[in-house]
Design a protein around this ligand. Structure first.
Ligand code: NAD
Length: 262
């Protein structure tokens, strides 16, 4: 049982479910203290209890909407003072949002997806940065998607894809800007992972009329014969958070069992 994160503190957004939850557990298993950021809900509290039952007092949940600047600033401050600084930031919270052909996408729905996925990423980095700088090094990991990679597009996902590509652009810039502070910024691009994200999808009726190729049902992954698991992604997050990846920054790593190569 390695303890790669002994003495380190991580902030994980979207920690109440799916990829964020698996990553929070993995980081805690390897010695990190973990601040669990999520919308107010029972799932975050249960992640907290799950972790603290095994490793007493190493995690604490914070009710935060990542797209709310005032709340984010305050929660980051609280977490940093509670745990004594921040070393690792996993900017992971996100929604699929409304899935619809462009002509059916309302401006409000478009904006909401941008607000949560893009503003949320910016605010997470913006407000944790001073604390990472204080430590003299740090690792930021951002959850994009194969929708943010070069050769993949999901039907109805104009807003979502925009945010996922936008995160890649932001991360490249941040990696360059923050290298001199020894702060690394990397992006992970999962394919379909078995989480609760589909509950945040709001497919329009019009979308159903677009024919999705039946020979490759959504979520096909040649390597796994199904979707990936959150724990698979947690392995990658832990690697990027650890010093084993100390010379990797500005990278975009696809983790999709070859789904985007179909
Ligand atoms: P999930 O729905 O299981 O978990 C996401 C968590 O984020 C939830 O607990 C939710 O409450 C939280 N969240 C949503 N909006 C929030 C907000 N405004 N403020 C704070 N917390 C908020 O989904 P997941 O699959 O684990 O998603 C995590 C990330 O992975 C997302 O950015 C998603 O786009 C990305 N992703 C997922 C998949 C997949 O197939 N599951 C594929 C590629 C990328």
């Amino acid at each position: 049982n390695r303890q790669r994160f002994q003495g380190k503190t991580a902030i994980v957004t979207g920690a109440g479910s799916g990829i964020g939850k698996a990553a929070a557990i993995r980081l805690a298993q390897e010695g990190a203290k973990v601040a669990l950021f999520d919308l107010q809900n029972d799932r975050t509290r249960s992640t907290e209890h799950e972790i603290n039952n095994i490793f007493r007092g190493v995690s604490r949940s914070f009710d935060v909407d990542v797209s709310d600047p005032e709340r984010m600033e305050k929660a980051v401050q609280e977490a940093a003072s509670y745990f004594g600084g921040i070393d690792i930031v996993f900017a992971n919270a996100g929604i699929n949002g409304v899935l619809a052909p462009i002509e059916e996408m309302s401006f409000e729905d478009w904006e909401r997806t941008l607000r949560i996925n893009l503003n949320g990423t910016f605010l997470t980095v913006r407000y944790t940065l001073p604390y990472l700088k204080e430590k003299g090094e740090g690792s930021i990991i951002i959850t994009s998607s194969i929708n943010g990679s070069d050769r993949f597009a999901g039907f109805g996902m104009s807003a979502y894809s925009t945010t996922k590509a936008g995160q890649v652009g932001f991360a490249k810039m941040a990696a360059l800007e923050l290298a001199k502070f020894k702060i690394r910024v990397n992006v992970i691009c999962p394919g379909a992972i078995a989480t609760n994200i589909d509950q945040t999808s709001e497919p329009s009726d019009e979308l159903k009329e677009i024919v999705i190729p039946v020979e490759y049902p959504e979520g096909s992954q040649p390597l796994a014969d199904g979707p990936g698991q959150p724990e698979d992604v947690a392995d990658l997050v832990a690697f990027l958070a650890s010093s084993e990846s100390k010379h990797i920054t500005g990278a975009r790593i696809v983790i999709d069992g070859a789904e985007s190569l179909l």
